[in-house]
Design a protein around this ligand. Sequence first.
Ligand SMILES: Nc1nc2c(ncn2[C@@H]2O[C@H](COP(=O)(O)OP(=O)(O)OP(=O)(O)O)[C@@H](O)[C@H]2O)c(=O)[nH]1
Ligand SMILES: [Mg+2]
Length: 228
Amino acid sequence: MPTDQDDQQKRRLEAGRRLFAQPCQFLLSAVRVDDFPPPDLPEFAFCGRSNVGKSSLINALTGHKSLARTSNTPGRTQQINFFQLGTQCRLVDLPGYGYAKASKSKIHSWTKLIDLYLRGRPNLRRACMLIDARHGLKPVDLDIMSALDVAAVSYQIVFTKTDKIKPPELAALEERTGTALRKHPAAFPTTIATSATKQTGLELLRAELAQVAEFDPIGYNPPDANGM
Ligand SMILES: Nc1nc2c(ncn2[C@@H]2O[C@H](COP(=O)(O)OP(=O)(O)OP(=O)(O)O)[C@@H](O)[C@H]2O)c(=O)[nH]1
Ligand SMILES: [Mg+2]
C-alpha cells in the first residue's frame, strides 16, 4: 500500500520535473557586481572546483546540450552566468575555483567575484556545492564551505561524475562526507549523487530545488475572479 511518505515523494519529484520542464534561457554574464540582475527571483548557484562539472550539470538538469558551455579544459566558465528557468527562478553557473593555471590577477578577480556573489546575494536560496565523486572534499572546498557557514548561506553537497566510481566507493564517500558535514552548520545534512553523463540523480536534485523554491504546481490554486 502506498504510504503518505510515498505520495509526498511522488509529489516532490513531479514538482521538480515540472519546474525543470519549463524553458530555460541564458540571461546574462557578469564580470562585476553591477552586472548582476536585480535580486527579484530565487537563485540556485552551482559552485565548485574547476572542471568538477558545474556547467554540465546545469545542462543535464535543464535537458540542454550546450546551454552552459562545458570543456575538457579547466577554466572554461570565466564569468558568472545567469540562466532564467521559467518565471520562478534562476540558475547561476559560477567560475570554478582552484584553477591554478590562470594568471594570478585573473584568479584574484574570479575569486573575489564568486565571493561577492555567494556572500552578498540576498536572493540566493541554495548553493549546490559540487564535489567530484572521485576526489571527495578537498581543502579548497572546505574553505568555501566555511565561508558559506559564516555567511549563513544554505548549501548542499552534490557529487558529480559518479559514473566514474563503483557503488561501494560511492557509499563510502557518502558516509565520510556525511560525517564531515556535521561540523558545517549551513550545510544541508544529505548529499545528492549525480552523473550528467548517465543522467542519474537529476530528478532528486530537481525535486530538492523545487522544494526550496516552493514550487508546487499540483497544490497551486489560481486566484479566483476576485483575485483572492
Ligand atoms: N564522466 C563524466 N564526465 C563529466 C560529467 N560531468 C562533466 N563531465 C566532464 O567534465 C569536464 C568538465 O565539465 P564542465 O561542466 O565544463 O565543468 P565546470 O565545472 O563547468 O568547469 P569550469 O567552468 O572550467 O570550472 C567535461 O569534459 C565534461 O564532459 C559526468 O557526470 N560524468
Ligand atoms: Mg563551467
